[in-house]
Design a protein around this ligand. Sequence first.
Ligand SMILES: [Zn+2]
Length: 531
Amino acid sequence: MKKILTALLILSALLALAACQEEPQAEPTEAPAAEVESPTEAPPTEEPPPTEEPTAVPELTEEPMEEPTEAPMEEPTEEPMEETAEEPAAEMVASQSGLGDPLYPLLGNAGYDVQHYTIDLEAEPQGNTIAATTTIDAQATQALDSFNLDFAGLEISEITVDGETAEFSRDGQELTVTPATAIADGAAFTTAVTYSGVPEPIVDPGVPFTAIGWLRFLDEDIISVISEPSGAMSWFPNNNHQLDKATYTMRITVPEPYVVAANGELAETVDNGDTTTYVWEMDDLMASYLATVNIGAFERDDTIGPDGILLRNYYPAGRIDEFAPAFEPTAEMIEFFSSILGPYPYDVYGAVVLPVDGDFALETQTLSVFPQSAVDEMTIAHELMHQWLGNSLSPATWQDIWLNEGFSAYFPFLWDEHVNGPEANLLPAMGAYYEFVAGAQVPPPATVGLDNLFAEPIYVRGPLTLHALRLVVGDEVFFDIMGTYYERFAGGTASTADFIDVAAELGGEDARELLNAWLYEAEVPPFPETE
Ligand SMILES: [Zn+2]
């Protein structure tokens, strides 16, 4: 989920963020169907930023605040996930029930590697019911008498493994499958899970400001899947961690006249009479939190970007003229980011604009989701940038999230610098960021807990860390570090230590020292220019 302090951040933006964090902000626009607590009303655990005014503040042109302000209509009826925010463990210990992520120990499951998901899902948007079979092609990485998937809510009617009925049991988000025949180490096997019901959004302690996963916006008659970090298990069983990426086929059937926009390429549209099946193929590896399905009255607008990349944007029906101009710079942004990092990682890109007001946006792979109120240049640059850093190159653990968000908070300023020069916004903003970070003693990015996963350490101290690195090593080495880091880990995952190693390799031990201080030390280092 994104919280993009994109803009020329400034105190007003920070104060708005504080305000957002002080109040429950996502008001359901419809009473929940069941008597349960709203996932959006969890009190913030974080202290708001200080209220001192910076002495010099650049003009604020916009301030996407990033927390979703819109709630899904359906409320979860289950308890929050079991992860806790305490003391992140230093080492990951994987088990059948989790990969041992320091912040989300139960996400993902050891013992197998998913190759491909085929999600065959029929949705009835009015009642928000789904009936689906998710087929998972995987390879065992050890001998398996049983294995786990992450899956929350919904009712399972049958599970088969290699065509034979399997036993299963459920405990919270852990679905344990016991095949009729044990699986040998290294064997390929296919699991099919058939299920139905009303998907319940996930209450994730890392994103206390909203529910995530399969979200229904009842007033707008829209369904959208926004899952970072843990929401994917709300609508399909999966190995719910970016350490196990896979390719996807999504066959989503909806009644006429709903339209489905999802990840990758629309391979086929099948007219079934009263319903239409949209077949979406995501042929590049994707983390499950980046899978999205958007169902509503959308109109598609295609253009061709650099290198023949198809740019297909989905706008609320009848409103292409209203939104298309904002996305026009996308092609040039792709060229610009490619010049720094390397070629755009996928064959297609685009956005889906939801007719919903809110300040969230998410870089769902090849099809970023924007609420209509967050369609602005810096946010568009931010989500696009994530396709390289976040989606192709993902953080090895959720505690490495600054590798997603710190970079994607800094690169829109590089775009702005490219268009308007450094004095326009980049330098004033970094000055204001430093004043804020030093004044508030914002904690370091690389040691965050669930209580500040999407907060100032990541979105303000994160980009400032990169700017400080740039000032110390100079532009040539800095951009070499960016490109080398991406090239080395593209398509997989990297840790903060991996990034620091690349920076030290190209920028010397001074770079390592600087990054260690900015990323791990509580005390805010001096701004390099002032040393
Ligand atoms: Zn982001």
